[in-house]
Design a protein around this ligand. Structure first.
Ligand SMILES: Nc1ncnc2c1ncn2[C@@H]1O[C@H](COP(=O)(O)OP(=O)(O)OP(=O)(O)O)[C@@H](O)[C@H]1O
Ligand SMILES: [Mg+2]
Length: 351
């Protein structure tokens, strides 16, 4: 059948983080998306590290149970990858057609990527930055290690799931943002996960800066563990129930302040880069997601430091919600963590 005659269906979004797995499923409701399932399940420490699957059996078991408990029937999933095995690079090339670009990139990719070309999957997107008379355009090049991607696919095939889309965390985040908040404006998206922070600047409807920084909320747990001489689990509990990091200068508050200071430093670097390259399009706001966005007072702290308005990301702002299946209070709490999985769940594939 011709591709455009095939029925397109939404995939199940599966975000496999280093702390937890997030699953999200939408159904089409006219022009809107209706949220029909979502959930998270914690992974054993170390089962996923630096974006790589270290313990496929344990992770497979957790995902299988989560999907069963949520009653998800569809087997077609979209996943995303991040970490050291993915390279995102913006390159500047002569304007070409899609086919020419495909050919050029396959032939020339080696010079842009520090990996052996036979060992990576390559993808690209023409950012179409060329204005009239301009003969060059920016192209976002993505290369991901086959070994790392294949390991995820194999693990998921082992529990009866078929991977139909492999995305990159940064772009799933962007997709989720654009679908819920629109393409207008210039924003910096910051997803603070357990072991990495994802920074993505969207300007004029395209990503102009995307970077993973290997700092995250687990670093806070580890520092609390050392400073307060407690177990990892106790440190995690202390972290989650903590007071405002701007509050009194207890050992805990100090630890929060030090971590947040490190994070904002990286964010400011991205903002400075953006401001010097795009001075005519100032940033409108910062949008926070990931488990780290729950840290009390982090939005005010980032706002004070960056001089930007800071808001928590609600990836379901434009979606209908099946209130019979999803508790609104739970949804409000969990929404920022679901940023990437909801972006993945919005991908359509021919069935
Ligand atoms: N209230 C809270 N305060 C501080 N940290 C929190 C809070 N709630 C959750 N977290 C932390 O957020 C992290 C989990 O966030 P998230 O689910 O976004 O990470 P992940 O996607 O699994 O990790 P990564 O993307 O880095 O691989 C954990 O480190 C968890 O301790
Ligand atoms: Mg994550």
């Amino acid at each position: 059948m011709l591709p455009f005659l095939l029925k397109q269906k939404l995939t199940v979004g599966l975000d496999i983080g280093s702390h937890s797995v997030k699953v999200c499923e939408f159904a089409e409701a006219g022009k809107k998306r209706k949220l029909i399932s979502l959930g998270t399940a914690q992974l054993p420490v170390g089962a996923v590290e630096d974006g790589e699957l270290r313990d496929p059996e344990a992770v497979g078991e957790v995902i299988k149970l989560l999907i069963q408990n949520l009653g998800i029937k569809s087997k077609k999933v979209a996943i995303s990858i991040s970490g050291y095995s993915v390279i995102m690079k913006k390159i500047n090339l002569a304007v070409m057609t899609e086919e020419e670009l495909q050919h050029h990139i396959q032939a020339e990719a080696e010079q842009y990527i520090p990996f052996d070309i036979d060992e990576v999957y390559i993808d690209f997107q023409d950012l179409k930055t060329n204005r009239e008379d301009d003969e060059r355009t920016d192209v976002m090049l993505v290369a991901a290690k086959k070994e790392v991607v294949n390991k995820y696919m194999k693990m998921l095939a082992g529990i009866g799931l078929q991977v139909v889309v492999v995305d990159v965390d940064a772009f799933a985040l962007e997709n989720s943002y654009e679908l819920s908040m629109g393409q207008e404006g210039n924003v910096i998206l910051v997803d603070i996960g357990s072991s990495k922070m994802n920074i993505n600047i969207i300007s004029g409807g395209a990503s102009v800066f995307a970077r993973d920084v290997f700092l995250g909320s687990r670093q806070l747990t580890e520092q609390i563990q050392v400073k307060m001489d407690v177990s990892f689990e106790e440190a995690e509990d202390l972290k989650i129930s903590a007071q405002d990091p701007g509050g009194e200068l207890s050992l805990l508050a100090e630890t929060f302040a030090a971590a947040c200071a490190q994070w904002i430093l990286e964010i400011k670097k991205a903002i400075d880069f953006y401001n010097s390259n795009y001075p005519e399009h100032p940033l409108d706001k910062m949008v926070l997601s990931g488990g780290g966005a729950h840290i009390r007072g982090i939005d005010h702290y980032f706002a004070n430091e960056s001089l930007l308005d800071v808001e928590l990301f609600n990836p379901f702002a434009a979606a209908e919600v099946d209130a019979k299946k999803i508790d609104p209070e739970y949804l409000t709490y969990i929404a920022p963590e679901m940023a990437i999985s909801s972006g993945l769940a919005s991908r359509k594939v021919p069935f």
